[in-house]
Design a binder for this molecule. Sequence first.
Ligand code: NAD
Length: 703
Amino acid sequence: MSNKIYDVNLQDGVAVITVDAPPVNTITAAVRSGLEAALDEVEKLSGVKAIVLACKGSTFFSGADIGEFSGPPKEAEYRHLFARLENQNVPVVAALFGTSLGGGYEITLACHYRIANARTRIGFPEVNLGIIPGAGGTQRLPRLIGAEKALEMIVSTKMVDAKTALEYGAIDRIADGDVNAAAVEYARELVAAGKGPRRTSEMNVAPETATPEIFAAAEATAKKLYPNRIAAQTAVKSIRTATEKPLNEGLLVEEKLGNESKLTPESKGAIHVFFAERATRKVTDIPADTKPRAIAKAGIVGAGTMGGGIAICFANAGIPVTVLDTSDEALKRGLGVLEGTYDSMVKRGRLSPEDKAKRMGLIKGTTNYADLSEADVIIEAVFENMELKKKIFAELDKVAKPGCVLATNTSTLDVEKIGAATKRPQDVIGLHFFSPANVMPLLEIVRTPQSSAETIRTSVELAKPLKKTPVLVKICYGFVGNRMMEPYGREAERMVMEGATPREVDTPMEKWGMAMGLLAVYDMAGVDIGINVHKANADQYPIDPTYYQAEVALGEHGRYGQKSGKGFYKYEKGDRKRYDDPEAIAIIRKRASELQIPQVPHTEEEVVERCLYPLINEGFKILEEGIVMRAADIDVVWTSGYGFPRWRGGPMHYAEAIGLKKVLDGMNKYKDRFGPMHWEPSKLLVELATSGKTIAQWEKARG
Ligand code: NAD
């Protein structure tokens, strides 16, 4: 193929249009104009009896270009191209493989026949982005597969595999082997059988799939799955249009609803996070030409919860990793847990036994530091203890090869002080994984004043094979995520001390959109973890005798959360549910009375404000201190590591969405009630809220 984005090749009466737009054949403006040009070429050829639409590379069209969402609407361009495909007067066959989402599959609905290889997956993720399928999906899909299945696919956003797609009628055939060759064969068969174009636009939605009951059920599901959000309901409305109007009119309704949905807070929030995640790799203050070092081998010190999870990340990436612990026994235990994680993946059909064996083959255990001498990166994940970590870094300094990145997974300790135990502080950095490390996408990368540009670049790039979202931060207590969690947890616990039940604090936050209420999170992680962190770092917190006292009181009664069957809630064996527990409430009330904390009622609104405003306020302090490069990085930390709803855009985006003045007024309201110790607004929040400047304007002026 030339350097054109497409190629047209006439194979014995079948005109094959092949698009090659790496990495994933996104339907960008260039791809659309390439396809228009390809159709120009095809229309000039003589003897064309059928057309095949195919792609080269790793997947058929993966989807529309989300980069265009913030620009002018592109629906008219899509409509023109798709109508042109659909109106061809010879059969048009789409050859699917890989993963086709949204626009990537909608283009096939404008073709006449669809063939896919067995591993193909299709789906409509739009409502997760606060929008609706806007390239004909809500109009053509119900015509092709019926409204009921179209509603299910679009509202659930779940991908379906080729087998299910065939059952639904979303594809016509599954190909063995090379799907592009099979599509040409299929086109020839159609021609031989005298089959002409089969246009989706000329089909009617099967009435039995579009009854009022079916639509009512879809609406109910949309409301239930997405409380506080409307995109899914808008999609249902748009699909209903397909049952009422001809395609051309329906497409205009879809466009109107689609453009309205792009203006909703949920779409702005989700799309903000989408771009924020893609921007975190940009490091603004190191030379642009800094090259990352190659990472071919890794080492880990500590085969515990985190060390094991991190080892899995490396093995999954195909990078051999050596794990060191103090004794064979500790290694056996740690590697056993690690293997158990793989076993459960095999059991759930998420990993083949062969792949498990391959990955386990990349993981070696050792008790000897010399075995880490070939590693390009070594991550320390031993107990949270400064002296121990310093000792280990001094050991690593002796054995690690020059240029090896020496990283610590500490959650609270000063990475610079740990690095000072070596003679190469330029190679030292924090790589803060979250638990479970093989699942959670967030990776906070903690640079010290000495970390070299190369160490930083290498660490940021390492996130890619490990499938992590990196956020580069500077040293401060708790870094970004845990530091902002601190005032959130303080208020959550304080409110239960003021008489709210744990559920009365957790439920409003879950309704608001948090993946899980914080007190339930504490129970899951272990109430003792919080107690120990607060005890070990008492000097970091304000002197407040009521500070985090609910957990202390629970801990005194052996209530450590799920692992002990009771914490803020109680738990029953074999069941993941949490139950209200009068005993926990009594323990907390007793402590509250000893501390003379007045008992007051709490509205849901107050719960949400008292949890979120101090969290946001801390975010502003982090921004003003220059701990992060961009406010959007804070949003990524919270959406990828702390269950903050993506459609709310992360705490900083959310603050602007509701208005910084509102946040500031909220802070001041509680400052009047509780005093300044915990409620002093950050200077930056005050500055922006009173001047009316946006965060983006402030960032631009700061440079
Ligand atoms: P863990 O107790 O599960 O594991 C620690 C491991 O280190 C154990 O296997 C222990 O045998 C080993 N170890 C202790 N001393 C050692 C030494 N001298 N040499 C080699 N190995 C030694 O702890 P964890 O939960 O995995 O935490 C490890 C680190 O990660 C801590 O710094 C912690 O703050 C941090 N962290 C933990 C979490 C979490 O949720 N657990 C999340 C982020 C960061």
